[in-house]
Design a binder for this molecule. Structure first.
Ligand code: ACK
Length: 733
């Protein structure tokens, strides 16, 4: 009984705390020092008062320091993807001494009359949430397309609500892009026959732009591995070549310049049954569409696409048969194998009455203050090409290439210059050079693209002769082919594919560039022979494109074969010093470039396939990508190198090299190419005249004692050149 009383007495003896100390009624009997940022100037305090600017929540214990609101979040950045934006920021420099910092997002959008900002609609979604975010990021979705928004990211903590006003926030201005169209939701069946079904549909509820086309995918129920895709501009389609009395699944999606929307749900429609009265012959003739696909690819054998047949009948939505080849309307997929027809889905900027409209539709205007020109990296067709950092609001700065339009340009030059941006701005692929935007409001007019550290492929290869593994080279070829597959898929014909028009970044990624040439060739008969100060790229161009301007993805494939040859020979000039006229003649006479030195035979076969006279027999880019992927997966298939006959005898027939080359003796020849040191070795090995070296191979050179790869190459190339001179002498011009 005594003890508690004594305790009370003792406590009482210490209850009065000194100034600067307090004793909470709820706490231990001892006095405690005032916690940080608080004080008391009187004795016997039960709590300490917060210093000015510091606060204590009711729920904060009295021994906890007084705290204050956080400062604003830092380094906020935004990343726009169509109509979503990802906001990210760093924690505030000053957390106010509390651990309960969280963030609230305020969203405002520019009003319809563009005069003021108003609160965002309730339809805007914030992921994971809008308020009390503990992470340093949020995804904001379902914004309006092409709209300016301001986001304020506010940092708060447990004491923020105690002060008013004083919000601590960072703001970000964002402009959304175009949204993809919403899915097609209304699809119905029209007339159907035993071999056909007509399907009609309505435009999506939210097209979010002009619908450029629809893509219709259909397949027989439970046979999804074999399906057909048709692209068209109308809202109806007659699918024919179907089986009688069978159920087919249809899915449709719309495309605007923002890309494809989602597919509609699956719609099931059935063809009519056979009628006994229908003559069998009529039934079979109604089978007017035979799937295209029968492609045989065997390693080491020339890649050959066998189109087994495609006969279309009936009205095709959006395309008249007169304009389009039948196989340009449909893609058939079979067991994962795809055939891409050249459906024209990009918009030719030259069809715009006002070219400025095209530029601003496809390219973002960049404020010149965001760009710093640091150095000149080259000369372009219209002016200097420079490089420097681009600093876009809310984004980290990154290096870009800046193409400029030189002063004193004509209106046509400006249009042509910006035409490239209007084309490039429509592309979105890792192997196509990416357009950042344009500067058109100030001078000089500029096109800003991603920066490619290693510049153009031809120069890069020449600088690094012999430095790459075959797999690295095939990786480059694969990148080029993948970019070209994308272009051919959307119906863009490049017309000037060559190693000089491929750019390489620091990771050896190759990207197709230079989209400025096509129209020049089309519009102006004279210009066909004078583009960009040079000639039509004869040695890269397919014979049908030279002869009658038949530029197609198949002629791009020819050019791709030449670019492959450039890559495998480290930037060698195709057909060396032969004149353009001689190249045309030689190709016409079925001569083709020989296999480059140390080139895997399978790659040379692929080149030769690209150079087939019949353009329909050339491989498609899709097939090229597939083959290269196979080779990369199975590097041993690259071990067999082109043999001597490929190396030397492919381009020309043997003949009098002495006459053709102008060299009278081995000595004169080898001295002429600064290889005089090998004269004796040649003579000792029986190569005593220029004629007898005409069949020499790299192996022969090794046997003679020429062991340095660079020297072997020089000598073999010289033999090639002699043979080329022979062609010049023998082909009638
Ligand atoms: O071989 P190069 O250094 O690479 O010289 C040419 C020059 O400009 C004229 O076209 C270089 N070039 C062009 N576009 C780019 C780019 N996006 N990144 C880096 N270099 C570029 C090209």
């Amino acid at each position: 009984m005594l003890l508690p009383a004594m305790a009370i007495v003792r406590v009482r003896a210490h209850t009065v705390c000194r100034a600067g100390f307090f004793r909470s009624v709820l706490q231990t009997p001892a006095c405690s020092k005032c916690p940080p940022h608080s004080f008391t100037r009187v004795q016997g305090s039960v709590a300490c008062t917060c210093e000015e600017g510091y606060y204590r929540r009711d729920s904060d214990p009295p021994n906890m320091a007084c705290t204050r609101p956080p400062s604003a979040p830092r380094n906020a950045i935004s990343n726009v993807n169509e109509t979503s934006v990802f906001l990210e920021w760093a924690v505030p420099e000053e957390t106010g001494g509390r651990k309960d910092v969280s963030y609230n997002i305020l969203c405002r959008k520019i009003s319809v009359d563009s005069r003021h900002y108003e609160e965002c609609d309730s339809t805007v979604r914030f992921l994971p949430q809008r308020n009390s975010l503990r992470n340093n990021s949020v995804m904001v979705a379902d914004l309006l397309a092409h709209t300016n928004y301001t986001f304020e990211v506010e940092a708060v903590n447990g004491v923020s609500e105690l002060i008013n006003p004083g919000r601590q926030f960072v703001s970000l201005n964002v402009t959304t892009n175009q949204a993809a169209p919403s899915p097609v939701s209304v699809v119905r069946k029209g007339n159907s026959g035993k071999n056909s079904i007509s399907v009609l549909w309505q435009e999506p509820d939210r097209p979010n732009g002009i619908i450029l086309e629809y893509e219709i995918k259909y397949f027989e129920k439970d046979q999804e591995t074999s399906y057909t895709i048709i692209k068209c501009k109308e809202t109806e389609l007659l699918a024919d070549g179907l089986k009688p009395s069978s159920v087919y699944i249809f899915q449709i999606r719309a495309r605007t310049s923002a890309g494809y929307g989602g597919f509609s749900r699956r719609f099931e429609f059935k063809t009519s049954p056979y009628f006994c009265s229908t003559p069998t012959v009529a039934a079979s003739s109604d089978r007017s569409q035979v799937p295209i696909v029968a492609v045989a690819i065997t390693v080491g054998v020339i890649l050959l696409a066998l189109v087994t047949g495609l006969l279309l009948s009936g009205r095709r939505c959006g395309y008249s048969k007169a304009k389009q080849e039948p196989d340009e309307e449909k893609i058939h997929f079979h067991n994962g194998h795809i055939m891409y027809p050249g459906v024209r889905t990009y918009i030719d900027p030259h069809t715009y009455e006002d070219p400025n409209q095209a530029v601003h539709e496809f390219a973002k205007e960049i404020d010149v203050s965001c760009i710093t020109i640091e150095r000149v990296i080259g000369a372009g067709e219209f002016g200097e090409v420079c490089s420097g950092p681009l600093r876009l609001p809310g984004k980290k700065e990154f290096p870009v290439a800046i193409k400029t339009l030189k002063a004193g340009y004509t209106e046509r030059q400006r249009r042509d210059f910006l035409g490239e941006a209007s084309i490039m701005g429509q592309f979105d692929h890792p192997n196509i050079i990416h357009l950042e935007g344009v500067v058109t409001k100030t001078k000089p007019v500029m096109i800003i693209t991603e920066y490619m550290e290693n510049g153009s492929l031809d120069t890069f290869l020449k600088k690094n002769d012999g430095q790459f593994t075959v797999i690295q080279l095939v990786g480059m070829l694969r990148g080029m082919a993948s970019g070209m597959r994308y272009l051919s898929d959307i119906g863009y014909v490049h017309r000037d594919l060559a190693a000089r028009n491929i750019l390489v970044n620091s990771n050896l990624v190759c990207k197709v560039s230079d989209f400025g040439l096509s129209r020049v060739l089309e519009d102006d008969a004279e210009a066909a022979y004078t583009t960009r100060g040079g000639k039509i790229p004869i040695r890269w161009t397919a014979p049908e494109a030279i002869a009658f301007r038949k530029f197609t993805s198949a002629s791009d494939v020819w050019s791709y074969g030449i670019a492959m040859w450039e890559v495998m020979s480290y930037g060698e000039r195709p057909y060396w010093e032969m004149s353009n006229q001689d190249v045309i003649k030689a190709v016409e006479e079925s001569y083709r470039l020989p296999g480059p030195m140390d080139c895997p035979v399978v790659l040379y076969h692929l080149m030769m396939a690209c150079w087939q006279k019949d353009r329909n027999s050339r491989p498609k880019f899709e097939e090229i990508v597939c083959l290269l992927d196979k080779l990369i997966r199975n590097p041993s298939s690259l071990k067999a190198l082109v043999n001597s006959s490929h190396r030397v005898s492919n381009l020309v027939e043997p003949g009098s090299l002495r006459e053709a080359s102008g060299y009278q003796s081995i000595e004169e020849w080898l001295n002429g190419i600064k290889m005089g040191r090998y004269v004796e070795l040649f003579m000792d090995s029986g190569y005593t005249s220029v004629e007898v070296v005409s069949h020499m191979t790299v192996d022969d050179l090794r046997r003679v004692g020429v062991n340095l790869a660079g020297h072997q190459k020089k000598i073999i190339n010289s033999i090639q050149e002699m043979r080329v001179s022979l062609v010049n002498n023998t082909i009638p011009i």
